[in-house]
Design a protein around this ligand. Structure first.
Ligand code: CP
Length: 306
């Protein structure tokens, strides 16, 4: 059994079914105060900002009884020139059983996986991978399908926005393909991947078409902090006009359309807050489900027999 969760491809379809089913069991428990991870030491190393991922992994690990430690990376000996690998080796000497890491650089996690005995859990890696987000998104969709995996094959899901720079989109493509979900992409041509064909997804070219054919739309955040977003489209207002979603835009074409977003969202850019807080929105269910899906992930990778 693998000790690290770096990529969706670390899991078979059966593994994913088991993780989602376990997450459902955990969600249905009236109180979650378990000792599955009792005496396990889980270290958090986040080199990029996070609210949802960090807090839900923290809550998941705590609910399972783990001891959690947050390395304040900007105040650690990394600032004195110690390498990240040396840091992990030292934390392992302090008893670390797992590292939950968010990092900008791509490929470091694969290296750590070879050098470190503790589990490495990917909590978001540059533009490349965010596998726990993809699993909690799949869980939320499965929940909408009354927990019927067969129904997933009948869905049309469109991922909208900054696909080129999105680790969430890349991980979703992999997980959706395992479950044969018909997947489309839509966004400014500057935001689409040139090689999207390898992911088995199809492009759409009008907002009206996206709204009319999709059962679920997953909106991606314009990552204003990662690049000068304006070089990809003329203005935020123009982006909102052609690619942004609102209750007004969907009400006459597909009033039952479900909207997801990994968060945080830019209100008035890719989504208007009235829609984000409406009955069409699954956004806060995604956040809630994140705790149980991440608990199931921790159980699988930290407990050998899980
Ligand atoms: N979805 C997500 O990764 O959110 P955070 O950046 O807040 O963790």
């Amino acid at each position: 059994m693998k000790k690290d969760f770096l990529d969706i491809k670390d899991l078979t379809k059966k593994d994913i079914v088991n993780i989602l089913s376990r997450a459902k069991q955990l969600k249905e428990l009236s109180s979650l105060n378990l000792d599955i991870l009792k005496n396990k030491n889980v270290y958090f190393l986040f080199f990029e900002p996070s609210t949802r991922t960090k807090m839900s992994f923290l809550r998941a690990a705590t609910l399972l009884g783990a001891n959690c430690f947050d390395l304040e990376t900007s105040k650690s000996s990394l600032t004195k020139g110690e390498s990240l690998l040396e840091t992990l080796v030292n934390l392992e000497s302090l008893g670390a059983d797992a590292f939950i890491i968010r990092i900008k650089e791509v490929g470091f996690l694969d290296l750590f996986s070879k050098k470190i005995k503790a589990s490495i859990i990917n909590a978001g890696e540059g533009k490349y991978r965010h596998p726990s987000q993809a699993l909690l998104d799949l869980y939320t969709i499965w929940e909408e399908c009354n927990y019927n995996f067969e129904k997933l094959k009948k869905l049309k899901v469109t991922i909208v926005g900054d696909i080129r720079n999105s680790r969430v989109a890349r991980s979703l493509f992999k997980v959706f393909s395992k479950f044969e979900i018909e997947t489309y992409i839509y966004g400014p041509s500057t935001y689409l991947l040139e090689n999207f064909g390898i992911y088995n997804v199809k492009p759409l070219y009008s907002l009206k078409k996206v709204i009319s054919i999709s059962d679920i739309v997953i909106l991606l955040r314009i990552q204003l902090e990662r690049q000068n977003a304006r070089k990809y489209f003329p203005s935020l207002k123009t982006y909102n006009q052609f690619y942004g979603f609102s209750l007004e835009k969907i009400k006459n074409i597909n009033p039952n359309l479900k909207i997801m977003h990994p968060g945080p969202f830019n209100d008035g850019v890719e989504i208007e807050s009235l829609l984000a807080y409406s009955k069409n929105s699954l956004i806060f269910k995604q956040v809630k489900n994140g705790v149980f899906v991440r608990a199931a992930i921790l159980e699988k990778f930290l407990i050998k027999e899980a």
